[in-house]
Design a protein around this ligand. Structure first.
Ligand code: NI
Length: 243
């Protein structure tokens, strides 16, 4: 069930038997010359939609994340870490206020991880500093780090997976939106790797926006395999989390 397609009585009924919800979270940022700007939001949203079809309650995707280092490329939108922490906390506290106790985020952007963990710590700190015990259970799952996904990526791409504008995420967006497929010759074929600092530095180090990856290896068929692999792992994690 998708939250935005439900009514409040639907949710009231749902909460009688389950207090867990899945929130996809991503980013809106450049993904190299062939990757979609929405890649990091599209991937977790597509996987979560699969779980929603099996009965999980899925919230609207938080589509803008901590992506300051991508602002050297047009089309990227970024929240500062402090803003994203506030967004995550307000989402969690809204859900808590209306009866949810378990909130699991399915994340599609590596740049969100540290900030989300800090947001969780901020939420826990409130209870700790007031010497109360929070009833909340929070979990962060990064789809691209799921064991089945990692296995498949190693098998299909080896070191050409890289870390940004990866063939696995590009493949999954092409499975979700087949008409969005772009083919291009990328030079160099394997993008450079290096540290991530500010946006100007990022553009100097990674001129076409990719980090260590060769997304020309991606196909929509691979994307379907990534979708199924991620959904299998996520189903297991969700089943344990909700009970
Ligand atoms: Ni990405």
């Amino acid at each position: 069930m998708r939250l935005q397609l439900a009514t409040w009585p639907d949710i009231e009924t749902y909460l009688e038997s389950c207090d867990a919800i899945l929130v996809p979270i991503g980013s809106t940022e450049q993904h190299g010359p062939t990757g979609l700007i929405g890649t990091d939001a599209i991937c977790p949203e597509r996987i979560a939609a699969g779980l929603a079809e099996e009965g999980a309650l899925v919230a609207p995707t938080i589509s803008i994340g901590m992506a300051q280092h991508h602002l050297g490329f047009p089309g990227s939108i970024a929240l500062r870490p402090s803003t994203l922490m506030a967004v995550v906390e307000d989402v969690v506290r809204s859900l808590q206020a209306t009866g949810f106790r378990r909130v699991m985020f399915l994340n599609g952007h590596g740049g969100n991880i540290a900030t989300m963990q800090a947001a969780f710590s901020e939420i826990w700190s409130r209870a700790s500093l007031e010497a109360t015990s929070s009833p909340l259970s929070l979990k962060l799952v990064n789809w691209f780090m799921l064991p089945s996904v990692r296995r498949l990526s190693r098998e299909l791409y080896g070191d050409a997976e890289g870390s940004h504008a990866t063939p696995s995420e590009v493949a999954l967006t092409w499975f979700a939106y087949p008409d969005a497929r772009r083919d291009a010759t990328l030079n160099p074929r394997l993008a450079p790797d290096g540290p991530i600092r500010d946006a100007a530095d990022f553009r100097r180090r990674f001129p076409d926006g990719r980090c260590g990856s060769d997304p020309t290896l991606a196909t929509p068929e691979h994307g379907e395999r990534f979708y199924r692999a991620a959904l299998d792992d996520l189903r297991t994690i969700w089943t344990e989390f909700r009970s």
